[in-house]
Structure formats: C-alpha cells, structure tokens
Write a protein that binds this ligand. Sequence first.
Ligand code: C2O
Ligand code: CU
Ligand code: CU
Length: 485
Amino acid sequence: MRPISRRRALQLGALGAAGVVVGGVGLSVTGLPASWPPGTRQVGTDGPLSEPPVLRSDNGVLRTVLEITEQEVELAGRRAVVQAYNGSVPGPTWRVHPGDRIEVRLVNRIDAPTNLHTHGLHVSPEGNSDNPFLSIEPGESFDYEFELPADHPPGTYWYHPHRHGLVADQIFAGLYGAIIVDDDVSVTRERLLIVSDISLRGDDTVRPPSRPEVMMGREGDLLMVNGQAQPEISMRPGERERWRIINACTSRYLRLALGGQQVHLLGVDIAHLARPAPVERVLLSPGNRADVLVTAQTGTSELRTLGYDRGGMMGMMGGGALSGPATLATVRVEGARVADGGPLPEREALPDLRDRAPVRRRDVEFTMGMGPGMGMRGTVFGFDGREFDHDRVDQRVEVDTVEEWTIHNPTPMDHPFHLHVWPVQVVEEDGRALAEPAWRDVVNVPARGRVTVRVAFDTFGGRTVYHCHILDHEDLGMMAVIDAA
Ligand code: C2O
Ligand code: CU
Ligand code: CU
C-alpha cells in the first residue's frame, strides 16, 4: 500500500481538474454523450514506475496469505477507495519455479463473495486448486493449493477473482496480481507492467458501469500501469530489459508500441519463441500478456496503445470509441552507454500440436443476441445459444487427448476466448493456416471471424470453464463448462 501524503492529496485536486477538462474536450470532439463512453483521461505523469511487492518461493513452496479488503489507496496519483489484495493494487507478485507448490490462504473481508483463479497456470481445476466453482463468502477464508508440474512452462501469468457474476466488478475495483514462473534470460533488469483501468467518482469510490457499458464491456476513465498514471521508466543506452506486460483491464484491448527503442518479442502468454523476433506492435486482448526485450537506444519514447477497433453492438458504441489510443508510460534513455547485452537468448521451441492427431473436432460459437426462448429477457450472452449454467456440462473431453476446436464469432464485436488449465495452439485464422505455432491462453476471435486451435487435454482432469475474457460478458453468461475425464 502506498499511503497518501498530504502533498499528494493537494496535488490531486489540480491533476483531477485538468483531467476532467481534457476528457471533456475529447468527448465534445467525438460528439458523443458526456456520460458514455467515458474517454480516457490523461492525468499526467505519476513519477518513476514502481512495482508491487514480490513474494518468492522457498524450497519449492510459496506460502502466503491474501487478504481482500475495501480500503483507501493511491491510484493514478489520486485517492481511491478500492478493493485490494493485502492493501496493494496490483496485489503482490508471486515468483515461483516449475514444480513448485503455491499455498495461499484467501481471506475475504469485503461484503461480497469471491474466489481465486490462477490465470494461465497449468494446474488442477479441482478441489482447493484452480477451481472456478468455489465461492468464498464474506468473512470466510479458504486455503488454496496449486501444484505446478515439473515441466510447467515458464512465463507470466496472473491471479484474479473468478466468482461468476462479480468477476468484472472485482477486477475493475483493484483485485489482480502477477504470477511469474521463472526461467533465465539474462538481461540488465526485469520489469513488470500490469496495465489496468478504473473509473472513480468525485467521492473517490469506484463508479459502477451503466447497462450499455456492461454490454459493450466497460472501460475505465483512468488507464494505469502498476496503479500509476503514465509512470516514467529510465534506462541507459545499450541496456537490455525484459518487460512482462499484463493486460488486466476488464475489457480494454491494448495495441502496444514503443517507438524509438528496439523491441523483441519473447512471446505472448505461454508462447515463447525459440528466437526473439523484432516487433513493432503487440495486440493484447484482455487477459493476454506480452514478454518483450527492450534494448535502449537514446532519447525519450512513449509506451503507447495505438487504439484497436473491437467492434460494437447495433445501435450502440463501437467503431473506435472504445480501446482508443493512449500513453501508458514514458521511457527516458540517458547517461553513459553500457556495453551491449550480447546475443539475444535462444530457447527451446514449444511442442507443435500439429504433430499429434486430433481425436475429435468441435465447433463452439459465441452468442450475443436473441437466444431460443429468451423472449423478454433481452440479449443473451453465452456460447452456442445458451447462457452459462454451472450445473450443465457443455463439453466432455478425454484426458491426454488432442482436440481441434473452431471458435466462431458471428457477432459484430471481437471476443477474447479463454480456456482454463490447458493452453491452446492457434493453427488457423479464418481458415488460413498459420506458419508458426502460436500458443495462447487467450485467443482473440475477431467480429465475424473464426479461429481454429488445438488443445492437448494433458495431465489434469476435472470440471472447469472457458469464457469470453471481456469480463462483463463472462459475468453476463458468456461462459461454459468443460469436463475432462
Ligand atoms: Cu483470467 Cu477465467 O480468467
Ligand atoms: Cu483464466
Ligand atoms: Cu465477449
């Protein structure tokens, strides 16, 4: 937690007012109603980038308590009354190794039920492991245990609540943290950048979204990195850093670019490329992570999201009004040049599931519209015409087999598809085969498009879920149950 100093509190008044003016101008230019969409406020820099506290495993075990409270913190340079893990937004970072065990006591001190999901980890979905069907009630605590297999892919993962109906509200209110499964890539420095957004009211509490915002997937007025507005990152010329960037926004897409510096992509989600490739921009749907190497050139650059058109609903917003361009951080390269970082790291390529014959092909389809028998209830959010029902099994799969799934999106908006426990390998987009296997745990399926993935249902059995990672959609029912036996 970063307590608010009096000086900070005084500055806030000024920054807050400036933010409102800038936002107001933006809105009148686009000619949209003042109440919706909110438009991203630019509140000015918030000092050097700071990172959440780090907890490391010791002797193969990371044992910790995660207490959820509603409390005051400083966010984006202002006072905010939010929900926090151990008083920190983002919550503490867990650093573990393949084969480790994570033991977490989750203590719920807010007045709504919650639970804990380890997004992207290849761990059991059953019992007190990564079980999305648990509900930890107000005042209760629960002991989670996550056992990582010895061959767990290294990478950047994250934890967040997964209590159906409240997921978007709780992440938006401040509940998210990083999980890093270590490997060694030698760099000058490693940084974690958790991107999130939030909307705050005049009394510093979280502004609840309107019904149309929920249907589109809410985007916050304030865009933050590690809870800061446009923090500054300093590097010396020649230094090579590894940045792990998490899109923890409930619905906002990020199309990242860092002009003027040399950027190599190590991977997205669990994907790690055998050889890092130079990149100009990286698209992160909600839930995705980017792992990049930044080699400092010289001068000042901005880490920006260039904006992404994620579509819209008939008669509602869309067409660029959402996920607009914004500056996330400023990078200042100055000082004496350091010797360059040497050759780029090479790693072993991940397996290619095209080498394993699928035992079955399936089609699943996002539903956003009138469902059979829905009548007066309005728009249905779901899969294959049905809303989520935790008692119904939508797909039964066999453990240790490979399947090929085609995910269809006939709707006018993009939806990021996310499957728990088992990462997927994208093999085709709109029927075109991909040259390189692309491993993901969140796969964007563009409006009116389709994506084909292969999944190896290896190691673990049990019931879990797949869903849209626009988390308002998930809460509205765009989620389904899969049972592996
Ligand atoms: Cu990041 Cu099922 O969620
Ligand atoms: Cu997940
Ligand atoms: Cu969706």
